[in-house]
Design a protein. Structure first.
Length: 104
């Protein structure tokens, strides 16, 4: 299988983060993320592990009843990443409004 460049991996990680932000605070399984991004599940799992090291996503290994999953993992955006995304969104949104109000 051909090697994927670091730049492409980062772009796919951005897609993952964007998807998790769009559904925050919902927690989804690795397979659902892979399906949404249209990539291999094991590849997505490795990218999620990298994102977890950077504290951008949180691994959820227990079901709502508190039982530990034996084979599956759910993921959600970390609170730190969600705050950063929200600030960026507000900054972008406010600049768009200001641009529209500024006469040419």
């Amino acid at each position: 299988m051909p090697q994927i460049s670091k730049q492409k991996k980062e772009k796919i990680q951005e897609q993952i983060l964007s998807h998790l932000y769009s559904i925050f605070p919902k927690q989804v399984f690795t397979a659902e993320i892979a399906r949404e991004i249209a990539r291999d599940e094991e590849f997505i799992k490795s990218l999620l592990a990298d994102l977890e090291k950077k504290e951008l996503v949180v691994k959820v290994n227990k079901n709502p009843d508190g039982n530990i999953y034996s084979r599956r993992l759910r993921w959600r955006l970390s609170n730190k990443a969600q705050e950063a995304y929200s600030k960026a969104y507000l900054y972008y949104h406010n600049n768009q409004i200001q641009d529209k109000q500024t006469p040419n």
